[in-house]
Structures are given as C-alpha cells and as structure tokens.
Design a protein. Sequence first.
Length: 490
Amino acid sequence: MSKGITSKNEDYSQWYNDIVIKADLADHSDVRGCMVIKPYGYSIWEKMQGILDQKFKDTGHSNAYFPLLIPKSYFSKEASHVEGFATECAVVTHYRLKNDGTGNIIVDETAKLEEELIIRPTSETIIWNTYRKWIESYRDLPLLINQWANVMRWEMRTRLFLRTAEFLWQEGHTAHATAKEAVEETERMLDVYADFAENFMAMPVIKGKKTANERFAGALDTYCIEALMQDGKALQAGTSHFLGQNFAKAFDVKFTSKEGKIEHVWATSWGVSTRLIGALIMAHSDDAGLVLPPKLAPIQVVIVPIYRNDDDLAKITAFVDELMPKLKRMGISVKYDDRDSQRPGFKFAEYELKGVPIRLAIGGRDMENKTVELARRDTREKFTVNQEGLEIYIPQLLEEIQNSIYKKAANFREEHITEANSYQEFKDLLDNKTGFIAAHWDGTPETEQKIKEETKATIRCIPLNNKQEDGVCVYSGKPSTQRVLFARAY
C-alpha cells in the first residue's frame, strides 16, 4: 500500500494530520470543529479509558453522569469560572423547529427558552449544584465522583484530537471536609495521571504547578503533567485542580462537622481527554506511521501467513490455532490476518502504519524450519526466531518494546531541556533549539505575559521537584529562587 505520509522533518503538522487520517484514527466531520473518531482510534481511547477507570476505582472513586445542558445562571455564580469559559460556550436558545411552509426547516421563534442552556464546557457548576442536595454531614464526605462524558468548547482553530470543539474526556469532582484532604486528593490524582502517562503511554512527563495566569478558572491551584513532543513543543497531558471552597460557597454546599459546626466543603476537579491520543502520536510515531506502546495497542501481535497453496495455508493455520489461545490467555491481543484479498506486502505496510508492536510472518519454509520471521515496529528490525517457546518470548519482547519506547522518549526530553540565563539566550534557544527552557522568573503575572506576547513561549509549569537556587529573572532582572519550565506549546 502507498502510505503517502509527509516526513515529520519536512512538515510536522502535515505529518501529524497524515498519520491521523491514514492510520484510520479519525476523520473530519461536516460539523465545524468536530471530529469523527473511527473504530481504530476509538479502540485506543477504550484501552486508555479502561485502564484509567480501574485506577480511579482503585483510589475509591465511583462513576456517575450529569446533564449535558447547564442553565446559564449557574455560570454566573462563580465569577472567575464564567470569565474563563465565557468565550468558548455554545448556547441553546430554542427548543423546537418548524416548517416555514416552503419546505425549509427553521427555528420556531415562539419556542424560546426562558433561560438559555449552555452545552457543558466542563461540569463544575451543574455538579456542585447537585452536591448541595447530597452533602449534609461529615458522614457524607469525602464524596469521590468521576464522569466519562463529552464536552463542547467553541474553538476557532481546530486540529484532530489536539483541539476540537467537541471532545471526550473524564472529569473527577470531589468534596472533602478539610483543605488538607482536598490537596492530598489533588496530588493523588496527578500521580495517577503521571503513572498512566509513563507506564502505559511510555511518555515521560514533568509534574508541576501552573502559574496564576495558567490556572483553571476558579481554582486556587492547578497541578499538571507536561510532556514534550518530537517537534520540541510541550503538551499539557493532564490537570488536577485544588478548588478550595470557591464552588462550595457559590452553590452553598455545607456540611455539619464532627464538632457540630456548619462549614463549606473543600473541592477538587481533575481530567484528561482524547487529547492523549494526539500526544501518543506525536511522542512516538515516525515517517512510516504510528508507533504504539504495547500496553495501549489494540492489536499487540499480528500474524501474516505467506503461502503458495491451500496446503501451505492449512499447515500455517494449524500452528497459529495452537499459538493464539496461549497468547490470549496471557492477555495479549493477537490477530491472524489470513485475508486472501490482499498480498502480504500490503498487510505488512498496513500494520506498520497502524503501529502494531509485533508482526509475525510465517511461510511454508518457516514451517519446515520451525521458525517465524518477527518484525518489531519500534525499531523496524526483522529477525528469525524459533517457533518453540514463542508464547514465552513474545510477552517478554512486548515488555522490552514498551520500555524501549519510553527510554527513547525520555532521552529525547532530557536532550531538550536547556537552561537560559539571559533574555537574549532565552530567545536564541527558542529560535534554534526547541524544547523546554529552564529559566528564572520573577513570579509576576506581568513578566509572564510580556514573555508570552514577545516570544509565544509560556510557563508550562513550576516543577514539583524543583531545586532552590538564587538567580535573576531572565526578563526583568529581579531576584528569583528557582527555575521554571518555558516552552512553546500545543
């Protein structure tokens, strides 16, 4: 098959779009800014969803579902929250259509809603209005709820998976008796996201806090995980927010403490989205297509028979029929592609494009020699291995591939974190070497904003493991006690 993928060194943006389309992950929709997630792309999301959902349940959370439509008045109850989302909201104003008499369908002007409804950009308001009914006493706390849902944020410039008007995500919303418990929850969920990114996505991340300018609207603190893509741009891969008592006060969510006092609860929210699929593509893939870490690959092993006649195929199939159940019992997803409508070379290119970690090719001579040809997707190496013990070798190789993909990404990130000690050096690095720039900042929103306006670089995070060191801000020259990470970002 002809892949027709633009080289990432030639045009990274087009390379990304080519992979999304040609690997059958998603397609553009006729609805502006929205995408169609195709079965193969959705199967990756399902694997992500399944792993994360279990992690949430293992940390005591339960799933629920809240309405897609939120009364407009709810947004005005928390001032900074509405300000943060006001320009992104899609608004429902009418509830009926009618025929205009000439065959056209129009909005029925008599069916105007008394109060407009907002298609959820996030669910804090509707959820906290509900929590008021659920929480009365300290016995009702902590309340640990997660929701899998879609949201709508009106985007002017869209990009499949990375930035679309509608996307899929999960959003956790929890209520606690004390600030300490809420902060612990915020940090716990950040650790869950970091563990998932590193141990399943094979994508190294830096855990940190956002600056005041970059915080979630309505949060006291926003924690994040930041990853570095192969073009040297940063991508925010997950966020966890300590909301303080802002939403509890806005929606009057109170509880009676053990001491008999009436207090407002403390809140958190946290989420990741289908943006992770975009991160997965950009962190690992190459000019031949997707490179998927085995733990998230919908198909971990594909077996392609190469045969001259029905007798060859029968012998190969008999061997595969014994091997596949052994692999499946170990939780390995395996596909036997014995289609006679495509030649082996076409299949090889197809599964390489789709990022299948291991490909086995078995021909008549392999059956005679009791061997198989094995190809690794991450390194594109091919070698011959014995059929005997294959069910032991394959899971070991999958683990090796998972680790190898992570190590490659980690090495890339380490090579692309550079210190800058002056503004000129800072700008030169942005122009000549992409990646994270570790630089001193004076802690003021004004300086942060000026750097963003002049360079398009933002403070991605203040790393949680930051070392303290005396220095001066690269922009203002004012004293600073630690470096923060700047980058241009998605």
